[in-house]
Ligand binder design. Structure first.
Ligand code: HEC
Ligand SMILES: [Cu+2]
Length: 445
């Protein structure tokens, strides 16, 4: 029985008229399997095997992975065992003659049925785990995760807490002029803080292109797609700091939007959340106050430089020179040195279809005023314009600048200095209107 079986295998190998290739494949696979053994044995020290993670689901995913892996190994051993046996046993030098037969229905049926049974058996645990991963019901806490170029935003549902999370690895480390830190490219200013032992539901979406929120320790990897909301969940067993990355090519700085999650014991988390809510309320009150403040040019420039370097320089560069054909220069830009309203408009509303995003909800009025002032006066853009938080507020609410600067802004775009006409056109408009002015502008500059 064995004899005829192995004969068939030997026949097929010879028939492929590429014995050399088959042997190479066998050798490579065996070497590969040998190399894998120590890696499986010490999963903690090596990063080559899947992580076991810190959640029930990640444990299930790991077990599933190992189960399937062992099944594959067993199949490999059996198939290659039979193959080697037959190659050696029925070699030509021993005078063995190849059997000449074709289309054995019995063999065909057997080698169709056996793999089907194996696949079905593997699908049962896999489907169970998948279903468990998809079940986002009965959550204790919901967090909205929004990706954008190149940062993550987290909002705690039903709590007044929301923040952005940015990479903190220094530019020097990235350029290689400084020693790389321990968590190189895996460190952020504001980690996502979550409780352990509670079911956390994530709602994922994006403001621009497709990103993917991936934390291997939770076995969570979900695409954040603009215009869609995807769901995922986790329930963490151990407090700690867990790191992940954006797992979808999302543009130039795709590798610079890491994820850091800090899992706290439940009571510590509750304290943290309450404190964040308090801080958010205080910040709101402060912003209200800022609206009434008039900052000096120096104050605006100092704050503006900080905001610019933190938030705009990834694209427009610290020296304001941008990148040819990708990000326009701010130095000498027709918008940054031209009509003020158009300038504010592109910063608060962004420009659809380009990487220039709307900053109205990302920065407060004071920061917006400062960054616009900075762009209008740095790098030799000496327009002398100082923009105040109250000006931004006015543009945000009715699309116009307060009287004084309104005249100035409109003078640049219309030839009729009639105050009435001007107020009419601008009050009738919502925040979209300035874009129209802007689109028709550049040539005129
Ligand atoms: C992700 C990259 C990116 C970031 C971050 C970014 N911008 Fe832009 N910005 C662009 C792109 C791309 C354009 C060109 C849009 C177009 O095609 O008109 C642009 C255009 C502009 C313009 C118009 C310039 C001109 O001459 O056309 C201004 C002003 C501007 N950005 C200000 C800012 C400010 C202020 C910030 C920070 C608060 C910022 N940008 C952050 C990508 C970015
Ligand atoms: Cu991304």
């Amino acid at each position: 029985m064995i004899r005829s079986w192995t004969n068939v295998v030997a026949y097929f190998i010879a028939d492929s008229s590429d014995r050399y290739f088959s042997l190479c494949l066998v050798a490579r696979t065996l070497i590969g399997m040998l190399l894998f053994v120590p890696m499986i044995a010490t999963p903690a020290e090596t990063r080559l095997n899947l992580t076991q993670g810190v959640t029930e689901i990640s444990g299930k995913v790991y077990d599933l992975h190992m189960l399937i892996f062992y099944i594959c190994c067993a199949i490999g051993v059996v198939v290659f065992g039979v193959m080697f046996y037959s190659i050696i046993r029925h070699r030509k030098s021993r005078g063995v003659k190849a059997a000449h037969f074709h289309e054995s229905t019995k063999v065909e049926i057997i080698w169709t049925i056996i793999p089907i049974i194996i696949l079905v058996l593997m699908a049962i645990p896999a489907t169970k785990t998948l279903i468990a991963m998809e079940d986002t019901s009965q959550d204790d806490l919901t967090i909205t995760v929004t990706g954008s170029q190149w940062k993550w935003h987290y909002r705690y549902f039903n709590h007044d807490v929301a923040f952005y999370s940015f990479l903190t690895t220094s530019q020097k480390q990235i350029e290689g002029s400084e020693q790389k830190g321990e968590h190189y490219l895996l460190e952020v200013d504001n980690p996502l803080v979550v409780p352990i032992n509670r079911k956390i539901r994530f709602l994922m979406t994006s403001d621009d292109v497709i990103h993917s929120w991936w934390v291997p320790d939770f076995a969570v990897k979900k695409d954040a797609v603009p215009g869609f909301i995807n769901e995922a969940w986790t329930k963490i067993d151990k407090p700690g700091i867990y790191r992940g990355q954006c797992a979808e090519l999302c543009g130039r700085n795709h590798g610079f939007m890491p994820i850091v999650v800090q899992a706290l014991p439940e009571d510590e988390f509750d304290t943290w959340l309450a404190k964040q809510e308090q801080m958010a309320a205080a910040k709101k009150a402060e912003q209200e106050k800022a609206l009434g403040k008039t900052l000096s040019m120096d104050e605006l420039m100092a704050l503006g430089e900080k905001v610019y370097n933190d938030r705009c320089s990834v694209c427009h560069q610290v020296n304001g020179e941008g990148m040819a054909n990708v990000f326009p220069a701010m130095k000498g830009s027709p918008i940054a040195t031209g009509d003020l309203l158009s300038h504010i408009d592109i910063v608060i509303n962004g420009k659809a279809g380009t990487a220039m995003q709307a900053f109205a909800n990302q920065l407060n009025e004071e920061e917006l005023a400062a960054v616009v002032t900075y762009e209008r006066n740095a790098w030799g853009n000496d327009t002398g314009d100082a923009v105040q938080a109250s000006d931004i507020k006015q543009v945000l609410t009715n699309g116009t600048l307060p009287d004084k600067s309104n005249d100035q802004a409109n003078m640049a775009s219309t030839s009729t200095p009639e105050p009435n006409t001007m107020t009419e056109t601008s009050t009738a408009s919502n925040s979209k209107a300035p874009s129209e002015t802007m689109d028709s502008q550049p040539e005129a500059q």
